[in-house]
Design a protein around this ligand. Structure first.
Ligand code: GLC
Length: 546
């Protein structure tokens, strides 16, 4: 490990705010969040007490998948602003002591990317088609897809193009929507291009890169059929193949050109050991902890997930990460308020059938927040989590935007429910999301009940979720033991309770239905809900001075 000042390792213990720009704050009044809105609200994030912001893709995009379909990796989407706004935001954030992480999407681009347009125009055999996965179809007239791969968003992973002469032509691969053609990472131009994109943004002052769909980049060039039960790994034709690690070794060398830069992988795999391989020395710095985000509200399961995360990251010297939600999953207050609290993307359609007990879900989400903030490593907060917003499950069908909803014929409700624009102030939509008198409506409708959940309302209320996050983040920052990179000692606890020491801070969470006694302590530092007669009520976390 190179000798750098400790601040070069900021990411090892950082609290990182995920800013989903379309829904954060709208500066120009068109109903979609933008860079101007984000810049104006930076003081909110300093008050909240975060160390870094992760921006979802902000590049020029037709928005077929909310910006994960990128037409130009070096330009800002005009709806969000201009490159100069991004530069200004980076420097203003740095002035406030906040680092900037951006999202890079290497698996696929957009069908509006100039390479794809050129590949279509030049026809079969063009070297530019080699930067994607163009193949002839099967069957006598090539009318069948080249193989049986299915899109992660539903439907076949192949779309047939019309050739420049007007005839039905080749097919191209898209593991996501048809507007997101997959790049061929076996092609040297693709590698060079992305290395250049990384340098472009690092040179502009960006501190970190979140790597989208990080395990999918390389494919078996023979493009064989896949059976649904083939596990990800070396034998799988497109998930977690061994050669994907070569890419990250070269990216790490680029990140290491200057100290303090971090690569964060979206590596969503069933096998924890295979996931841990991405943080080996010389590869990524950290990966998201998806088992934690999916884990049911159950003491045994949670403790096991925590122990595994610590054990898996330790050999590589990587910090664990703690993630309760993001822009792809159900919001925690809804997830924890259902009879089935185990989340998984494949189960969303089924989970939305359960009634949600919001009071219970909120209580658990508060307890989960303090548990999360007490764990060693870096922690992610998805915008709105700090306000206790819920998954909006009743968005009218005609307003839904997520391609998952469309491509599954409405069977999977998709991700719009966690992407509804934030409520800032006032008692009526748009709740300060857009400036007063704006012509544009928020791009997704906000529930009227969010009048009680605005930043302004919660700032004035000591018992609010926002107040809890502010206090928890402040204490995490100032209590040396909580901020330490490592050190977690489990304490004996009865069934349904998890308890551990971080130095002189003791964290206890009661996930059972009965009150629990508190372990010996000198002082109660913070609790997610009031204690009763010195007991820890159900679904509550307390931080104690040991
Ligand atoms: C990742 C993103 C998700 C996106 C997908 C395709 O999983 O988090 O939002 O739709 O990749 O880019």
């Amino acid at each position: 490990m190179p000798e750098h000042a400790p601040s070069d390792f900021w990411w090892r213990t950082a609290a990182i705010y995920q800013l989903y720009m379309r829904s954060f704050a709208d500066g120009d009044g068109d109903g979609t969040g933008d860079l101007a809105g984000a810049r104006a609200r930076l003081p909110y994030l300093t008050d909240l007490g975060v160390d870094a912001i992760w921006f979802n893709p902000w590049y020029a995009s037709p928005m077929a998948d909310a910006g994960y379909d990128i037409a130009d990796y070096r330009a800002i989407e005009p709806v969000f602003g201009r490159l100069a706004d991004a530069d200004a935001l980076i420097s203003e954030a740095h002035g406030l002591g906040i680092k900037i992480i951006i999202d890079v999407v290497p698996n696929h681009g957009s069908d509006a990317h100039p390479w794809f347009a050129q590949a279509l125009a030049e026809g079969p055999g063009s070297p530019v088609r080699e930067r994607f996965w163009f193949r002839d179809g099967r069957g006598p007239d090539g009318g069948e897809p080249p193989n049986n791969w299915q899109s992660i968003f539903g439907g076949p992973a192949w779309t047939r193009v019309t050739e420049p002469d007007g005839t039905p032509g080749q097919w191209y691969l898209h593991l996501f929507a048809p507007e997101q053609p997959d790049f061929n990472w076996g092609n040297p131009a693709v590698r060079t291009e992305f290395e250049d994109v990384l340098r472009f943004w690092f040179d502009r002052g960006v501190d970190g890169i979140r790597i989208d769909s990080g395990a999918l980049l390389t494919k078996d060039p023979a493009l064989p059929d896949v059976s649904p039960d083939e596990p990800p790994g070396p034998a799988h034709p497109f998930t977690d193949r061994d050669d994907v690690h070569d890419i990250y070794r070269s990216w790490r060398a680029i990140a290491d050109e200057k100290p303090g830069r971090v690569l964060i992988g979206e590596i969503w795999l069933p096998d924890a050991q295979r996931t841990a391989a991405y943080v080996r020395p010389g590869e990524l710095h950290t990966v998201f902890n998806f088992p934690y985000l999916s884990c049911p509200w159950d003491a045994t399961a949670l403790r096991q997930v925590i122990e595994e995360a610590l054990a898996l990251n330790a050999p590589a010297g990587a910090p664990a990460t703690w993630v309760l939600s993001n822009h792809d999953v159900d919001r925690p207050v809804s997830r924890y308020g259902r009879a089935d609290t185990h989340f998984d993307l494949a189960r969303r359609r089924y989970l939305h059938g359960f009634p949600v007990d919001l009071a219970l879900g909120t209580r658990r989400a508060r307890a989960a927040a303090l548990l999360t903030l007490a764990l060693p490593g870096s922690v992610y907060i998805y915008q709105g989590e700090e306000l206790g917003l819920w998954e909006v499950q009743d968005i009218p069908d005609e307003l839904r935007q997520d391609p998952i909803w469309r491509r599954t014929g409405g069977e999977d409700p998709g991700r719009d429910g966690c992407r509804v624009p934030l409520p800032w102030s006032g008692t009526e939509p748009p709740f300060g999301f857009s400036p007063p008198g704006s012509p544009g409506e928020p791009w997704l409708p906000q529930p009227k009940e969010w009048r009680d959940y605005t930043v302004a309302a919660q700032s004035a209320s000591a018992g609010s979720m926002l107040a809890l996050y502010r206090e928890g983040l402040a204490m995490r920052r100032h209590e040396g033991a909580l901020r330490a990179e490592s050190g977690l000692d489990w304490l004996p606890a009865r069934d349904g309770v998890i308890a551990f020491d971080r130095g002189d801070v003791r964290c206890v969470t009661n996930l059972s239905e009965q009150p629990a006694g508190l372990p010996p302590h000198a002082e109660v530092l913070l609790a997610s809900d009031p204690l009763a007669d010195g007991q820890l009520p159900p679904d509550t976390t307390a931080w104690l001075r040991a």
